[in-house]
Write a protein that binds this ligand. Structure first.
Ligand SMILES: [Zn+2]
Length: 328
């Protein structure tokens, strides 16, 4: 499939903001390749679902903490003598909440995706138009990054990738997701355990059809192809420069190292010497992007797309660049 020059323009923007359980500003960024209805569905609904799921998790967490305090009050015990233990437990609980909320968000999008028809409609009961026989192979990958409370949470389903550029120029990039390729040993084992086969036809493919092992939609390939995301939680540091989310069309022809180098040069353009140890915007949240910052991110994404097209990639290219530093 030829790369779509304008694809990135649809997705190279912040797709939604909401508030996390602890009332910190939360920014979500989604990378959604391909121009299928499923990717459009992800773009339009995923951040809304995530906001709902986080609100539910936040309410449950709050209730749990209140119950715990009440129990401690009755028993006359307190954990305040071990503040570090309390803080660690709180962080663990929050991480569990993130994972649960993202997991359910992907499940909800996938349930809607299963109603997507090749004609473009998403209806219940399922569409019965002439194209509906092709609807079982409609799908999308998704990689979602959430910046909050000094960490970045990434949920990935498919072969798009999130990469963090950290440290001085030339420092090794930090991948925040692992591609779901059918020949990845653990994915291959899972596919075979589900009764499926990976066949080599112009690359490793599930049943010789799909070149990735997880996707939203693509219901014909269940149970081997699943929509469950892999989630990573990474602490942010003052050395973090930017985050790149992109589809395999870009990663096929541009290495993590080159992508980071190009993106950081674009972001630094016009800013003589931003100190590496300068804290990110919003006390580390880095979510308050101004117009100039957004323009630089767009230029960086645009350049990466053009670079991938120049290297004659064979797949769709879409790129999102998120600046993690205060550069104004
Ligand atoms: Zn239809």
């Amino acid at each position: 499939m030829n790369a779509k020059c304008n694809a990135w323009q649809q997705v190279s923007r912040m797709t939604g903001c909401c508030t996390c359980p602890t009332n910190n500003t939360l920014a979500t960024f989604q990378h959604l390749p391909n121009s299928t209805k499923v990717s459009t569905l992800c773009r339009d609904r995923m951040h809304e679902f995530l906001a709902e799921e986080l609100a539910a998790e936040g309410a449950a967490l709050q209730k749990q903490q209140q119950q715990q305090q009440a129990t401690e009050g009755e028993a006359g015990t307190t954990t305040s003598s071990q503040p570090q233990v309390v803080e660690d437990e709180k962080e663990e609980e929050e991480e569990r909440a993130w994972r649960a909320a993202l997991d359910r968000t992907f499940r909800r999008v996938d349930a809607l995706a299963s109603l997507a028809c090749a004609c473009g409609r998403i209806v219940r009961p399922p569409c019965r138009c002439l194209l509906s026989c092709n609807s079982d192979i409609v799908g999308s990958t998704a990689v979602v990054a959430v910046l909050v409370r000094g960490c970045v949470v990434v949920a990935n389903c498919g072969d798009s990738r999130a990469v963090l550029c950290r440290g001085p120029a030339g420092a090794p990039p930090v991948p925040l997701s692992r591609d779901h390729k059918p020949d990845r040993p653990d994915e291959l084992a899972r596919i075979e355990a589900a009764g499926g086969r990976v066949i080599y036809i112009n690359g490793h493919r599930v049943r010789g059809i799909l070149a990735m092992s997880r996707a939203l939609g693509d219901r014909m390939l269940r149970p081997e192809v699943i929509a469950e995301p892999e989630i990573t939680v990474t602490d942010r540091t003052p050395q973090d420069q930017c985050l790149i989310l992109a589809s395999d069309g870009m990663w096929d022809v541009i290495s993590n190292e080159i992508a980071c180098s190009v993106a950081r040069q674009c972001l630094e353009d016009g800013n003589p010497s931003p100190a590496d140890d300068e804290p990110a915007a919003g006390g580390g949240e880095g979510a308050a992007a101004g117009p100039e910052q957004e323009a630089r991110c767009s230029r960086a994404a645009s350049l990466l797309v053009r670079l991938a097209l120049g290297r004659t990639t064979w797949d769709n290219v879409s790129v999102v660049v998120i600046d993690l530093k205060q550069r104004e």
